[in-house]
Design a protein around this ligand. Structure first.
Ligand SMILES: [Zn+2]
Length: 232
């Protein structure tokens, strides 16, 4: 069995076809919210309840959505090569998990968990409102969304360091590379695949293979390329 490592890094474009919107789709505004209000440390300090309400609404929204074909194919691929494939995502939804994917690493946290601000415990909330939720470990009501905001550390970025040291192939799906420098990954790792809807020559130039189409239309080809690499 091959010991090669393939890192798959996904972003909003993977979940877009499941109807999960992002701030980018809405010009930085989401209903009555601005990105600074609900996705930054300053905004959280200014109006804590508004931010918690926002994430309650996002959980209720994600509950109504379903994994798409791309989530399902990636889950199958991970199941077939559990030791070789590392699944990183910038998405905070649970679509990959609901498609049956195990060991998904969420670089920016998870909507379906809360985090205790007293003891740091991360615990599941599912799709419920966090109202009256308390920490199962220390009993504190001082709990918050488990989503990384602008201005905060992202502990899961540790896995990006592992990517740079051990990945022999990297697949980037549905991200513009503005938060995590996916362009640099392609510069470093020769065997690289990009799947995005739109061309961005500056970001895309180092990728060996580029697939400009929706994730559900690109995913079969992506899985073939990964399997080919693992079997070679
Ligand atoms: Zn606690």
């Amino acid at each position: 069995m091959s010991s090669k490592k393939v890192y798959i890094v996904s972003g909003a474009g993977l979940s877009a076809e499941s109807g999960i919107r992002t701030f980018r789709d809405t010009d930085g505004l989401w209903e009555e919210y601005s990105i600074e209000e609900v996705c930054s440390v300053e905004g959280f300090r200014r109006d804590r309840q508004k931010v918690l309400n926002f994430y309650d609404a996002r959980r209720a929204d994600v509950e109504q959505k379903e994994p798409n074909y791309a989530h399902k194919r990636l889950a199958e691929l991970k199941k077939a090569y559990p030791k070789n494939i590392v699944m990183l995502t910038q998405n905070v939804d649970d679509m990959l998990e609901r498609a049956g994917c195990e060991d998904v690493i969420h670089l920016h946290g998870t909507l379906t968990d809360l985090r205790c601000e007293e003891c740091g415990e991360v615990f599941p909330i599912g799709y419920r409102s966090q109202e009256r939720a308390l920490c199962p470990s220390c009993g504190s009501y001082n709990v918050r969304h488990n989503v990384v905001m602008f201005g905060e550390a992202a502990p899961a970025y540790e896995h990006l360091r592992e990517l740079y040291s051990e990945a022999e192939m990297v697949v980037v799906i549905g991200t513009s590379g503005q938060v995590i420098d996916t362009s640099y990954m392609a510069q470093l790792i020769g065997n690289s695949v990009l799947n995005n809807l739109d061309v961005d020559e500056y970001h895309d130039r180092y990728f060996k293979t580029r697939l400009y189409k929706p994730a559900t239309k690109a995913v079969d080809e992506i899985c073939d390329l990964v399997e080919e690499f693992l079997k070679s």
